[in-house]
Design a protein. Structure first.
Lengths: 398, 286, 339
């Protein structure tokens, strides 16, 4: 407990100012007792994705804090390593946490490309890895492994259910648009699969250069195509710009905007009224009406002074699953097989609703259809219950 | 593509091109006159955008934000020129590249220290929040047109200053012959400080007026820098006129290119640049 | 003119032996972390190769490339694309193929950029690097932004005998170390050769070299192709080490860092950039280990080097030795204007 508190104090301080000399001594001072559970966090703390890394870290901390700052009765040593969202550095960073710091469990990353680099090492070294965000399908498909878990989602899960929802709302011809990078493409493919399966038709797919935020040319094309609706995937600054541009171009009134939930999560304040009426699917909504979510939102607000977003939930669940699994093995992290078994068996009472792991170690979870009303994602209905990723190519799922 | 769409796309091209010109003009100005390459130009754009965000949050008015933001950018420019760039005039460009690369890292970190890592929106000023109807499905926001107008006015203003004023004469002379200007009794030292600060302020202004359109977020300066470099290289490094036509060309290419040849969407501008350089190794207007 | 003083050669030899013996003492000093440090050293050694290859352009020929990572990343992609999916590739085929393809791409880029000089060259190489970045980032065949795996590391066989097992971390370490020494020797020899002397002459005064009757563009193109090929070797090793390639390895940040290693180490000294790679990476890891704001510290170091140590560590060493021996040794002049 003491160490956890110490750690939090440090991290808060570091976030404010870099004390060069002092910090070095602190780290050596923080070389904690041998019997700590070592968690290696490989998340982006600088750059475009830094807000996500921060939210996930907060979520993990909160879950552990609620358990008295301990995991399986042992104190916790959280080791943060900036992934910089740079895939090229992922293998060596992973290597640093696994072999350098001897982390018992690695939690990370946010970025799918970084996940590829991490998974490579995780598979080689057998390091227990919990992915709290990166949604690349491959992580729990062809590259799945017993020691790799994901508390977030696969790209497929967040977009496929929207296909049926869109069809049910009477849309027959839809244009799709996303950044031209792997996660964007996977999201569009999943939506298109779902929409076609329901009977709809994709009139055109636009892939825009990543990470450029100049959309006017595409919006003009969309306006002239006049589809029934548009399905889009953007995140962060791109999502804000896209939703604002879409609204400003006046298309939204004639052609409704649908999307993957990341387009309106953590970005609503910046999007303002432009986001009103946008419908998305995601495995969470801050307004979800269940006791767990209410207590979680309150605790998060009290501790960090802001509302929890989806990334905080995914971090929180990573923390929760560690709490459960380490209790089950009574804090014994040396028997990896037993720990993996315990991790795979967790049943999480999450702010997003209950979920458990599929055979491929991806969450089996509800997907919610949400609509932006008065600056909030309001749940319209459950888009699909207990959605399981197809896990194509995963040997564990067969 | 029907005629209406083509016309709207042309409008999009010009609008994007003008904005690109505004941001690139500072880069090319600083190089043309001072022989300094400032990789931190994109970071200046980012700082401008964040200043707009901070000042609008504080004052609630976009015009106040502009009035406060521009002097701040000028001061930032003066500080950087006096304390850092000043040591590099006689050195290889290599050192300018590295020093300003180091500046990018520092400024990105400062941004995260001061403003945090969240994405923020900046509201469009009330008076300009309307839009003009173009087709039954398409409108054009007045603010976008205003941004274009501002860029156009600045382009004409710059043309006038450089071609018609005494300062412009000194600038043109300084670009071609530093010793001669000094012999005329003009303080090149001060001139350089003014030019660099102006370049920084132009990038900052670009960031400020883009902020309501694009929102502000960490790392937003990086992609702007690269596209500006392309514009400047195509136009001819140091040429304001070149930056204008380079920006227009890139505006056209990045609007029509991805629609006509989607598979080359992100590579297109670089291909255009390579072709221009094959034909004219020093850019179109150097 | 570019002879390294004996004391520096001895110093470098000492450092090399220190590296060579790492597997002997690593366990004693670092205990369980030893294997991590060996992999970290391997990564740094690979960067040292990249930095030395860039020095041939920057320090020797005076061509400041801001797109050198292009060849580093491209090599990895070529290896990933030509390696069979479930089988180890034959290194005697893939290594020459990778190097040759880097040489070809180097030739193309050189042909397109060599007419430009100074600032143009910097920007144009940067733009080519970005073009390559987007090419792989948008590619369906190469895994797009997620990158690609090399499932099995290349097999080093002679007939039926396995010469090296690249799956072993120690073997990769020694292989990289050997490559670093080899690249260093190649570049040294190149510098001493008449060809190298012409390059040095071009850097000092291109007009004069032209006036003597040399086609300086041809020389510059050849040096660019050599540098590209050596960067390709570094890229090949990097991709082999972790079996993973990603577009970010071609990005301009990687190029910028490589350039920083060259300057930090001392442009034109060949051994300097290798030292620079070590100092740069060690500082980076050190800063990162205690603060999220390592970017600011790294940026400050970069600016400090530019302002206070423009000749780099190598330059400072040469200076130091010169003072010690009281005999003039020509250090590389960092304040040269382009042209």
């Amino acid at each position: 407990m003491k160490h956890t508190l110490n750690y939090k104090l440090f991290s808060r301080m570091f976030r404010q100012i870099a004390f060069v000399g002092v910090a070095a001594t602190m780290v050596s001072g923080a070389a904690l007792a041998e019997d700590d559970v070592k968690l290696g966090l490989m998340l982006p703390y600088t750059g475009t994705y830094a807000a996500l890394g921060e939210a996930i870290t907060n979520g993990i901390e909160l879950a552990i804090e609620e358990n008295g700052g301990k995991l399986g009765g042992r104190s916790v040593n959280l080791m943060r390593l900036d992934s910089e969202a740079k895939p090229g550095k992922a293998p060596q960073n992973m290597n640093r946490l696994v072999n350098g710091e001897g982390a018992d469990v690695i939690i990370g990353p946010v970025h799918s490309g970084v996940a590829m680099g991490m998974i490579k090492i995780a598979r080689q070294e057998g390091a227990i890895t919990i992915i709290p965000n990166a949604g690349l399908n491959a992580a729990t498909r062809q590259f799945c492994a017993p020691n790799i878990f994901r508390t977030s989602f696969s790209a497929w899960q967040t977009a496929y259910p929207m296909g049926k929802m869109a069809y049910d709302r009477g849309y027959r011809k839809i244009a799709t648009i996303a950044w031209n990078y792997s996660f964007g493409k996977e999201s569009l493919e999943a939506f298109e699969e779902g929409f076609k399966a329901a009977g709809g038709e994709i009139v055109k797919q636009f892939l825009t250069p990543f990470p450029k935020v100049e959309f006017q040319a595409y919006l003009t094309e969309i306006a002239s195509l006049k589809p029934d609706a548009v399905f889009a995937f953007y995140a962060g600054g791109g999502a804000v710009k896209f939703v604002k541009d879409y609204d400003a171009a006046g298309i939204k009134n004639a052609i409704p905007l649908l999307g993957s939930g990341f387009m309106t999560d953590g970005t609503l304040d910046a999007q303002g009224p432009a986001a009103e009426g946008v419908m998305t699917t995601l495995h969470y909504a801050a307004s979800l009406d269940n006791p767990k979510n209410k207590s979680f939102q309150k605790a998060y607000q009290d501790t960090y002074g802001k509302a929890a977003d989806i990334y905080a939930v995914q971090g929180y669940d990573a923390g929760q699953m560690l709490v459960q699994a380490l209790d089950a093995v009574k804090g014994n992290t040396s028997d990896k097989d037993a720990l993996i078994k315990a991790l795979a068996a967790v049943k999480i009472d999450s702010p997003r609703g209950p979920w458990h792991f599929s055979k491929a170690h991806n969450p089996v979870q509800n997907m919610y259809l949400r609509e932006v009303k008065n600056g909030h994602n309001v749940v319209v209905q459950v888009a699909a219950e207990a959605v399981d990723d197809p896990a194509t190519g995963c040997v564990m799922a067969q | 593509m029907d005629l209406t769409t083509i016309l709207i796309q042309l409008l999009n091209s010009v609008q994007y091109g003008l904005l690109l010109f505004l941001i690139s003009s500072g880069l090319t100005l600083v190089f043309g006159i001072m022989g300094v390459i400032n990789l931190a130009h994109g970071a200046m754009y980012m700082i401008g955008a964040y200043l707009a965000y901070a000042f609008v949050e504080w004052s609630g008015s976009f015009s106040v934000a502009l009035l406060l933001g521009i002097p701040v950018m000028l001061v930032v420019g003066i500080i950087i020129e006096r304390f850092l760039i000043d040591h590099l005039y006689k050195k290889d460009h290599l050192f300018q590249v590295l020093l300003t690369f180091g500046l990018i890292l520092i400024l990105n970190d400062l941004q995260s220290l001061i403003w945090g890592n969240d994405t923020h929106g900046v509201p469009i000023p009330e008076v300009l929040s309307g839009s003009i109807t173009l087709t039954d499905t398409m409108q054009y926001p007045v603010y976008r047109l205003t941004v274009s107008a501002i860029c156009l006015v600045l382009a004409l203003g710059m043309y006038w200053v450089i071609q018609k004023t005494r300062l412009g004469m000194t600038i043109r002379a300084g670009a071609s012959n530093r010793e001669m200007v000094e012999a005329l009794g003009i303080n090149v030292r001060t001139l350089f400080t003014i030019i660099f600060a102006a370049g920084v302020a132009l990038a900052g202004l670009g960031g400020m007026i883009s902020a309501p359109l694009s929102s502000v977020y960490p790392g937003m300066g990086d992609s702007v820098l690269i596209i500006c470099l392309v514009v400047v290289v195509i136009g001819g490094i140091g040429s304001i006129k070149g930056a204008f036509w380079g920006a227009m060309l890139i505006g056209l290419v990045s609007t029509f290119g991805p629609i006509l040849i989607p598979s080359l969407a992100s590579v297109m501008v670089y291909l255009v640049m390579a072709i221009v350089l094959l034909v004219k190794p020093r850019g179109l207007f150097a | 003119m570019y002879n390294t003083p004996r004391s520096i050669t001895l110093f470098l030899g000492f450092l090399f032996i220190l590296l060579l013996c790492y597997p002997l003492y690593g366990d004693l000093i670092f205990g369980s972390k030893s294997s991590f440090y060996m992999q970290k050293l391997t990564t740094i050694i690979i960067f040292a190769i990249l930095a030395m290859s860039l020095d041939l352009l920057v320090g020797v020929s005076g061509l400041v490339s801001m797109g050198h990572a292009l060849f580093f990343g491209f090599a990895g992609y070529v290896l990933a694309l030509i390696s069979p999916e479930y089988d180890a590739a034959n290194i005697w085929i893939v290594l020459p193929a990778v190097l040759a393809s880097c040489a070809v791409i180097g030739l193309v880029v050189a042909f397109l950029t060599i007419k430009t000089s100074g600032i143009y060259f910097i920007m144009v190489t940067l733009a080519f690097g970005q073009m390559a970045f987007y090419f792989f980032n948008d590619s369906d065949f190469a895994g797009g932004s997620d990158g690609m795996y090399i499932m099995m590391k290349p097999a080093v066989m002679l007939g039926d005998i396995q010469l090296l097992n690249l799956e072993s971390k120690q073997t990769i370490f020694y292989t990289s170390l050997a490559c670093m020494a080899l690249v260093y020797l190649i570049l040294r020899m190149l510098l001493r050769s008449p060809f190298g002397q012409v390059l040095v002459g071009i850097h000092a005064n291109e007009h004069r070299v032209k006036a003597i009757g040399y086609n300086t563009n041809h020389y510059k193109i050849v040096s660019f192709v050599i540098a590209a090929t050596l960067a390709g070797l570094a890229g090949f090793l990097a991709a082999t080490q972790y079996g993973f390639v990603n577009p970010s390895q071609l990005g301009w940040h990687t190029s910028g860092y490589a350039l920083m290693m060259v300057i930090m180490g001392g442009a034109g000294t060949i051994f300097g950039p290798a030292l620079g790679a070590f100092v740069f990476e060690i500082l980076h890891s050190f800063f990162e280990s205690f603060t999220d704001h390592w970017l600011m510290l790294m940026g400050t170091v970069m600016i400090a080097v530019v302002l206070f140590l423009p000749n780099g560590i190598g330059g400072a060493l040469l200076e130091f030795v010169r003072k010690l021996e009281k005999k003039p040794v020509q250090a590389q002049d960092g304040e040269k204007s382009d042209g």
